[in-house]
Design a protein around this ligand. Structure first.
Ligand SMILES: Cc1cc2nc3c(=O)[nH]c(=O)nc-3n(C[C@H](O)[C@H](O)[C@H](O)COP(=O)(O)OP(=O)(O)OC[C@H]3O[C@@H](n4cnc5c(N)ncnc54)[C@H](O)[C@@H]3O)c2cc1C
Length: 474
């Protein structure tokens, strides 16, 4: 149990940073907002250190005084890991001023960055030197690499490049006792005992504050092709994925499933978003292929074959950068469109590829048991088995009124989707993490031995439970 934060504590903390290094919570509404508008965070002060040394001093002091800290990145997390919902007695520690590229090594094909670097800025720095940093998601303009690593974020190119964990070679972090763990190296091989880097990645700010990372860069592809297709059903979408991978191998860098309802919603809420196809279908695929050889003939051959066999109903391939961007907007603006449409539930679970079609059918069936007129937009990273289900009130009803009338609906929907996930041998969190939102779900669905060991690790590294209390574990 952490201690109450007194004015003496606040004064001591203010003295550890410069005049821009702290703020009153009254001036920082943005630190307490949930991107999906469901929760409100709390805190006593916002600290914005500029160096690992300052972070270390703050954490060491908080550990001595038993004060709770919420590590804060870009604030785009969607499982309330960065928001202290119930406990006001916390310190917000934002990494935003630690935002420099420390080094880009052309020889090692790595970039070493402060944890507060915005993901999109890392893309730009890599592209300036003819590389790419392939971790990408719709929140790239706000999320920080520290937050990406803390949540082991996934996104749009996991199929080809893996998730945040797979792109990180080295890490620097301040541990709960204030000590600095420094392992920023570009080694591809390093078998020297327990893997602390991978323990910190995905620990959602409960075991350490990530202050910097060495990331692996990839060669910039010379050809990038983006295609939008109408598919008759989800099973056909999986055939498309398989055929593309068989012919084009690892050049397939993204394959995203969109539903007809999703396409309608995104075009209703964003004028610039229109389907590029005249054919209507229940399902669509956004495909990206990228590499350093001429890929268009192979892509066209595969798509033509799939069309002949009725696995595709219609296809378009972008012919310019502007067209590519327009196709991607259909996918990247989906999260905002769901919010604008009044989603009462937004899930993030994963199942094996072989079970995706059954999983979607089972979810629709489970959700209709909660209420028969709910609408579902199922979409996402089909190549990773990671489908997001967004559920909306019946047509004509507002979210607020519907939830007021059906007070259990939010929890019931989450459980309905969890059950459909579990019966298809899936995971209750694919890429967003557990945060404060899914702590009970983790306890219910995870292997009990895993939860027991997680507790032991937390107790060993953070015996006073000062780092992000309430996240991952009760
Ligand atoms: C529109 C939209 C689209 C999204 N798309 C995707 C997607 O495709 N794939 C995906 O995986 N996620 C997605 N997300 C979720 C979110 O962007 C990711 O979880 C992201 O990695 C969070 O980064 P952040 O910097 O915003 O972290 P925050 O939201 O600030 O924090 C997230 C968690 O990490 C901890 N944390 C933050 N920084 C640090 C640090 N330096 N050290 C230790 N702990 C830290 C926080 O305490 C919290 O528990 C999306 C979110 C939005 C709003």
């Amino acid at each position: 149990m952490s201690s109450d934060i007194t004015s003496e504590h606040l004064n001591a903390l203010k003295n550890m940073v410069d005049k821009n290094g702290w703020d009153h919570v009254d001036n920082g509404a943005q630190y307490f907002d949930d991107p999906r508008g469901r929760f409100h965070g709390n805190g006593q002060i916002i600290l914005r250190p500029v160096s690992t040394k300052e972070v270390s001093q703050i954490v060491g002091y908080c550990n001595d005084q038993r004060l709770a800290i919420i590590p804060y990145g870009g604030g785009t997390g969607v499982v309330a890991g960065q928001l202290s919902i119930d406990n006001k007695n916390v310190i917000i520690l934002s990494l935003e001023r630690m935002n420099k590229v420390r080094e880009l090594s052309i020889d090692d094909e790595t970039i070493t960055v402060d944890a507060g670097c915005i993901l999109e800025n890392i893309h730009t720095a890599a592209e300036d030197k003819n590389f790419i940093f392939p971790l990408s998601m719709a929140s790239k303009g706000s999320c920080q690499i520290g937050g990406n690593l803390a949540t082991n974020a996934g996104g749009l190119q996991v199929l080809r490049y893996g998730n945040a964990r797979d792109l990180c070679l080295g890490i620097e972090a301040v541990l709960p006792d204030g000590s600095i763990y420094s392992d920023l190296n570009p080694l591809r091989k390093n078998n020297t005992g327990y893997d602390l880097r991978n323990l910190l990645i995905g620990s959602e700010g409960t075991l350490g504050i990530i202050t910097a990372a060495t990331l692996t860069l990839k060669p910039q592809p010379t050809e990038v092709l983006t295609s939008f297709c109408a598919v008759p059903n989800v099973k056909a979408a999986l055939v498309v994925l398989k055929r593309l991978r068989a012919k084009l191998g690892d050049t397939v860098s993204a394959i995203e499933l969109l539903s007809n309802i999703g396409l309608k919603i995104v075009s209703q809420h964003f004028d610039q978003c229109k389907s590029p196809l005249n054919t209507h279908s229940d399902w669509y695929l956004l495909i990206e292929v990228a590499g350093s050889r001429a890929l268009q003939p192979d892509l066209e051959t595969v798509l033509a074959g799939l069309f002949e066999e009725d696995y595709l109903k219609d296809v378009v391939i972008a012919t310019s950068g502007a067209q590519r961007e327009k196709l991607w907007q259909l996918r990247e603006l989906m999260a905002e469109a769901n919010k604008a449409e009044g989603a009462i539930c937004s899930s993030d679970t994963a199942v094996p590829l072989s079970k995706i079609s059954d999983f979607i059918d089972d979810t629709v069936s489970e959700v209709s048991k909660v209420h028969s007129e709910l609408r579902i937009n199922s979409y996402g990273h089909i190549g990773d088995g990671n489908i997001h289900h967004n559920v909306f009130p019946p047509l004509g009803e507002s979210k607020v009124d519907f939830v007021k009338k059906n007070s259990d609906v939010v929890v019931d929907l989450r459980m309905a989707i969890n059950e459909a996930t579990a019966s298809n041998t899936g995971s209750i969190s694919a890429e967003h993490g557990v945060g404060r939102l899914k702590v009970d779900d983790l306890e219910r669905y995870a292997d009990p031995v895993k939860v027991k060991i997680m507790r032991q690790i937390k107790d060993a590294l953070d015996p006073h439970n000062i780092l992000n209390p309430g996240v991952l574990l009760k």
